[in-house]
Design a protein around this ligand. Structure first.
Ligand code: DGL
Length: 256
């Protein structure tokens, strides 16, 4: 069974893609809604959170794990790889590969949380892969907007925030933009409206393609778990998943 985790709803962008690729494959999802956001946390705290998230998924039968979180993938995943004897896949490599294949002018934008942008992980790999110019912008406010359901294409608040954040991407002439936080594809319409003609790379979906190779052909429904009251998660997940009912269960992540 494939395990997927994120600080909250963002990893659903990967879970949805995995479900599209492998409709019968059972997966287990953990959204750390009690401790979201991750993008403002220190390195030590991110290490602790990600370790507990992985421990929970492993204890519940995951044999391969997708860290469907740009922050964890950028800041601590490499350090954790040595601690577990199962594949741990992040979102950086797959989205960098997709962006390099998509760009025509070599100017690539990256948006993510503060921690992701400060780590320079996407930027480094894009440059190694031959990008001519990389412009990175931290967009932390997108995370609470998504978690609170401000996701409709005509949401005036999210549109205003997007306009402000994306100005720098627009002015550099990037033709490709990595949505380096997995929450962001949930508001891809709003981001795309601000940047017409720019190819948007969904980091969660790109990584789901990568993790699909570890499918065990174990069929079943997706299982969802959260670390705080599931109500808000279930409501927003349902909108994002096009009406599919999600009944997440609350667990105590501090036990793991
Ligand atoms: N969705 C996560 C990411 O990709 C975390 C966002 C957050 O919790 O700050 O970075």
């Amino acid at each position: 069974m494939i395990g997927i985790f994120d600080s909250g709803l963002g990893g659903l962008t990967a879970a949805r893609e995995l479900h599209t690729l492998l409709p019968n494959e059972k997966f287990i999802y953990f959204g750390d809604t009690g401790r979201v956001p991750y993008g403002t946390r220190s390195h030590e705290l991110l290490l602790k959170y990600a370790r507990q998230d992985i421990n929970f998924l492993v204890a519940n039968g995951a044999h391969a794990i997708l860290a469907a979180c740009g922050t964890v993938s950028s800041v601590v995943l490499d350090e954790l790889k040595g601690e577990f004897d199962i594949p741990l896949i992040g979102v950086v490599d797959a989205s960098v590969k997709a962006a390099l294949a998509a760009t025509k002018n070599g100017i690539v934008g990256v948006i993510g949380t503060g921690a992701t942008v400060s780590s320079g992980a996407f930027e480094r790999k894009l440059k190694e892969g031959g990008a001519k110019e990389v412009v990175s912008v931290a967009c932390p406010l997108f995370v609470p907007l998504v978690e609170n359901g401000y996701i409709a294409r005509d949401n005036e608040v999210t549109k205003l925030v997007a306009r402000d954040y994306l100005e720098k991407i627009k002015s550099t002439g990037a033709d490709t933009l990595i949505l380096g936080c997995t929450h962001f594809p949930i508001i891809a319409d709003i981001i795309g409206d601000e940047l017409p003609g720019v190819s948007l790379i969904n980091s969660g979906a790109a990584a789901a393609k990568e993790v699909a190779k570890y499918a065990a052909e174990e069929s079943g429904e997706g299982e969802y778990y959260v670390s705080d009251s599931p109500m808000n998660f279930d409501t927003v997940a349902r909108i994002f998943l096009g009406g599919e009912t999600v009944c997440a269960k609350k667990i105590d992540i501090e036990k793991y």
